[in-house]
Design a protein around this ligand. Structure first.
Ligand SMILES: [Zn+2]
Ligand SMILES: [Zn+2]
Length: 366
């Protein structure tokens, strides 16, 4: 069938909206008609080929839509179900069966290789040229796509599909690092480095669990002001102030929990130094392979602190995302405040606004 897709044709170039041919859903695939999709930083870095998913490609990995058809063997959804799309995983490796699919040993092949395991792609041009598909198992920058069943999360028909897509990656990444990994106790302190969509989601999660000292650290004052409206009790502009000294002062010796959403080696070092005794820090920001950050192992041994590396919030999307929707519906997780909607035709504007920081979390509407 013919579909409309935003295609990444060449490295660093804007996406081009064009018609493609979509094949029939294969076994364990779900054909989804997209209603909306978030735009995430990872789409931009693959468009720019920091990760080598073969181009041309249909990217997009925060899709939300309605099941149009199902392939053989699909049991988790039916035609007409409302679904949200997350990362894909194999379901059978040791990480997957132990409840940590974001560390699936086949994650790269299933999410970044641009093809099915047999090498075929779901999309082709009119003349039969293959176009990479199955990005994060979904390739949601297309009006209809064939999605790996492992990427599909069935959600209630009451939930607003136009808004839900970002729960599949960016929001899950920040909120999951806090709710699934750091797990701050009520009354504890947490510092969040970086106040993009991921950092703000972590902040909202810290509010949910009643952390009472929530420190947002960034270098943009307007972001910090916004963080206050979401529940930050303190803000630090680390361009003007020594973030480590200020955090130690606010918390009387160091923070209980910390989240680095930047992937910047200097910020990571600041995070480790800002933690108090028995503190727990998590890194969720991506850095280029080979990036090293100095840690003072001589001093830190005495503190008993922990550092976790966290992908996709260490979540099982099929259980965690419905929990986030429940929190949103209960009015305690207002992630919609991070979202700005764009027409699908304006997808490159959505990318640009995300990059410049004008918009925290763009969602394009089909
Ligand atoms: Zn696996
Ligand atoms: Zn993402």
């Amino acid at each position: 069938m013919k579909v409309t897709a935003a295609v990444a044709l060449a490295k660093g170039e804007p996406l081009v909206i064009q018609e493609l041919i979509l094949d029939a859903p294969r076994a364990t695939e779900v054909q989804v008609r997209m209603v909306a999709t978030g735009v995430c930083h990872t789409d931009a870095i693959v468009r720019d080929q920091l990760y080598p998913t073969p181009l041309p490609a249909v990217l997009g990995h925060e899709g939300a839509g309605i099941v149009e058809a199902i392939g053989e063997g699909v049991t988790s959804v039916e035609v007409g179900d409302h679904v949200l799309l997350s990362f894909s995983s194999c379901g059978v490796c040791s990480s997957c069966v132990s409840g940590h699919p974001s560390y699936c040993i086949h994650l790269y092949d299933l999410d970044f290789s641009g093809a099915r395991p047999d090498g075929s792609t779901a999309f082709t041009t009119d003349d039969g040229t293959p176009i990479s598909s199955h990005f994060f198992g979904q390739s949601s920058f297309a009006s209809i796509s064939n999605v790996a069943e492992r990427s599909v999360v069935k959600i209630s028909k009451d939930a607003p599909l136009e808004l839900m897509g970002p729960l599949g990656c960016g929001i899950q990444t920040g909120a999951g690092a806090v709710l699934n990994v750091l797990r701050p106790e009520a009354g504890s302190s947490i510092a969040i480095f970086g106040s993009g969509a991921v950092g703000m989601s972590g902040l909202l999660a810290a509010v949910v669990v009643n952390a009472t000292t929530i420190i947002a650290v960034d270098i943009v004052d307007s972001r910090l002001e916004f963080a206050k409206t979401l529940g930050a009790t303190h803000t630090i502009n680390s361009k003007n102030e020594d973030a480590v000294a200020r955090i130690r002062e606010i918390t009387g010796g160091g923070v209980n929990y910390a989240l680095d959403t930047t992937g910047n080696k200097f910020v990571f070092a600041q995070m480790t130094k800002s933690l108090g005794v028995l503190g727990h820090g998590a890194l969720v920001g991506a850095a280029a392979p080979g990036t090293e950050s100095p840690i003072d192992i001589g001093s830190l041994l005495l503190t008993g602190l922990k550092i976790s590396m966290v992908i996709e919030g260490d979540s099982v999307p099929q259980t965690f995302i419905p929990q986030l929707i429940s929190l949103y519906e209960a009015g305690v997780f207002p992630f919609d405040k991070l979202v700005k909607k764009y027409d699908f035709a304006d997808i490159n504007e959505a990318f640009a606004d995300s990059e410049s920081g004008v918009t925290l979390k763009p969602v394009v509407i089909f």
